[in-house]
Design a binder for this molecule. Structure first.
Ligand code: BEZ
Length: 398
């Protein structure tokens, strides 16, 4: 199929990770001539899209997040129709731990309230039931849990590949890799976007460069208040081949530098099926700049993870066999990780600049692409983004 070429586009999407490609997917449906610029190679392992699986879950402490997860479901179904590869393995979500703990993911009791308010079915579990049904051991009697059956393990590599292939096939989408944006100039109502592979012109910008957000928005004279995590993850071999876990998350109080919150996945057919992935949901040394990331997991974070597996999981060798990392930007406000907004008003033409920054968005991928597309083309989205419009607080003028 012949691609539309030239230098003038209706929309330029900066950032070619999962969210950028999902945005291109929806812009294609609106027949928008779109350029997606990726600073590295597409499908790279250098940003928030790194790794092969993610959790799709509905429990959240806030009703609007539960609603967002529910609203994302039909968009996953639609994307599933584009590929024979199974994108979501519906193994359920298990949340358990100390009911008093409030973590970056929220609190179990608050999540129960939000699920109830939106009539989402779930079951509650005692500590002993969690051990008996889900293979954990030595949990304190005070631990509680909830199981929500619609949770899934996302084949994130297949998700990204499906979106990439759709963009490649589209007559409306141009993909350019190894094209870091070096400057953005405003010329009347137009933006001129400079890269080493050419200068491109557009009426609308959608900025989704993941943890590299500042590299882009600094060119428009604002920055974001965020911190960056080089998140560790490791694969543990099953010593009992029949063992299977759902996707899970444990809420516990930190012990010194050990954040003591962990999450995990089942063995999945698309990624070392004989291994279970378990990861710490904390970092010992947050980064102030994404360029400080190393691609090497922090050994102490992995040691705490192994220790937890040894003490509380069954059927696994607690020595990690493989590791991976992913880079994430987080805003500094508790639980409100996603920032979806227009550029701040002091940026000329700000209503034509849509930004998604910070937080864990993989589970919303195809839906977030739709939201960003509607915001860019229509100025609003049917999904109420009020709770995510946090630019007034986290964007700062340079
Ligand atoms: C999430 O589902 O958003 C999540 C799960 C594990 C770690 C961090 C985030």
């Amino acid at each position: 199929m012949t691609k539309e070429t030239g230098k003038h586009f209706d929309v330029i999407v900066i950032g070619g990770g999962a969210i950028g490609l999902a945005t291109a997917y929806h812009l294609n449906k609106r027949s928008c001539k779109t350029l997606v610029l990726e600073q590295f190679k597409f499908k790279n392992q250098l940003g928030s899209s790194a790794g092969v699986s993610r959790q799709y879950r509905i429990p959240y402490p806030e009703e609007y997040m539960v609603q967002m997860a529910l609203d994302a479901q039909p968009f996953w179904d639609e994307l599933q129709n584009q590929t024979p590869r199974k994108l979501l393995d519906k193994v359920g979500t298990l949340w358990f731990g100390d009911p008093a703990v409030h973590s970056t993911e929220g609190n179990i009791a608050e999540a129960e309230q939000a699920l109830k308010a939106l009539n989402v079915p779930y079951t509650t579990l005692t500590s002993k039931e969690i051990e008996a049904k889900y293979h954990f051991k030595n949990l304190p009697d005070t631990y509680t849990g909830l199981f929500q059956a619609d949770g899934a393990s996302i084949d994130f590599k297949a998700t990204i590949e499906t979106l990439y292939e759709a963009a490649e096939k589209s007559a409306h989408i141009t993909l350019k890799e190894e094209s870091p944006v070096t400057d953005i100039k405003q010329v009347g109502k137009l933006f001129e976007v400079m890269t080493p592979r050419g200068t491109f012109v557009t009426e609308k910008l959608i900025l989704v460069p993941g943890p590299y957000i500042d590299n882009v928005i600094n060119l428009l004279n604002f920055r974001i208040e965020a911190t960056y995590w080089n998140m560790s993850s490791a694969y543990f071999k099953k010593t009992d081949p029949s063992i299977q876990y759902p996707t899970w998350f444990v809420f516990q109080n930190a012990i010194g530098e050990n954040g003591n919150q962990f999450y995990g996945f089942p063995g999945v057919v698309w990624d070392h099926p004989e291994y279970i992935r378990v990861a710490p949901d904390f970092v010992i040394d947050p980064l102030s700049d994404p360029d400080q990331r190393t691609l090497v997991p922090n050994p102490q974070e992995l040691a705490y993870t192994s220790e937890w597996i040894k003490n509380h999981m069954t059927g696994l060798d607690p020595v990690p066999h493989f590791t991976s990392t992913c880079l994430i930007a987080l805003s500094k406000i508790a639980n409100k990780e996603l920032l979806i907004d227009f550029a701040p008003p002091y940026v000329p033409n700000h209503k034509n600049i849509v930004v998604y920054a910070t937080g864990w968005a993989a589970k919303f991928t195809p839906f977030l692409g739709k939201i960003l597309t509607d915001l860019s083309l229509d100025g609003h989205s049917e999904f109420d983004i009020t709770p995510f419009k946090l630019g007034y607080n986290f964007f700062k003028a340079i």
